[in-house]
Write a protein that binds this ligand. Sequence first.
Ligand SMILES: [Zn+2]
Length: 342
Amino acid sequence: MKAVRFHEFGHSDVLRLEQLDDAPPGPGQVSIRIRASALNHLDVDVREGTSRFPVNLPHTLGVEVAGDIEGVGEGVEGFAAGDRVNPYIMDPCGDCRYCRTGRESLCLAAGFISFTTGGGYAEKLTCGARQLVRIPDNVSYEDAAALQVAFATSWHMLFTRAGLRAGESVMINSVGSGIGSAAVQLAKQAGAFVIGNASSQEKLDRARELGMDIGIDHKTENVVERVMEVTDGKGVDVVYEHVGGELFQAGLDALTKDGRLVICGGHSGEVVPFDIIPFFRAQKSVIGSFVYTKTEVEKCFELASHGRIKPLVHKSFPLEDAAEAMDTMERREHFGKLLLTP
Ligand SMILES: [Zn+2]
């Protein structure tokens, strides 16, 4: 099979299209013929060696794939060759105190797609059968590849971690990103008043089409002042944060009393100053969020199957153009996911 790998950390020119031996599925595993795989910003950090995850070289990037089962290992039940599947990003141990209480994203001994298996920038992937999620018949491979990280991360952040409820207000940072545009759709579905920000009017216009009520251009407008204007001076109940840097403090300042800021990333500044006094006086909360559960992925596929949410695909590239696809992602001009379709 062909796979895109890198043997040293660096810019996109370290990527190499290579011919590898197929990895036959072991006991409890399946091999998947990949039809579409999605790029994520994490991939850039992993390639550059700044992800703070252990990476063994050579490495194949890509944590979300959609495809068909090709080979089935010993002892696998319930799945057969030809089934359309999307593997859950984690391979939880199933036995630690977190797995036993339904909180597998906290697993003490989990494997991850591309870190402990092959990656998605390839023609094939071998993973555990217990990771498999079925793709509904009316969801395409492209939409399936674009769904998991964006929507399941959003679900976990908005509902499981931040407890967003109907009638509440939420500000979603950077609505042009994959998890930003997914959060707009899920928050709207849940009956929230949705404020979003982005770096251009074009991105705000696209987010309005997805159900965003109020858009703020964070390059030209004061985010906190605008939030206070449209919430009668109260601030929002929930801030959905994944950007870091200045938007983190703006998010804290835009919260109402007893408001919750939920965060899952910080590309624009991972270490930030934090104004402690107004934070505790208004009894605000900052909530960390990491990955999501397999059940949350399945819920998002149900919503997609019913046409209630729509994964957004900006462009698909052939495997040999993986470097160009990553460069496109790093320019941040896209709206929706970038895919590789081997
Ligand atoms: Zn576990």
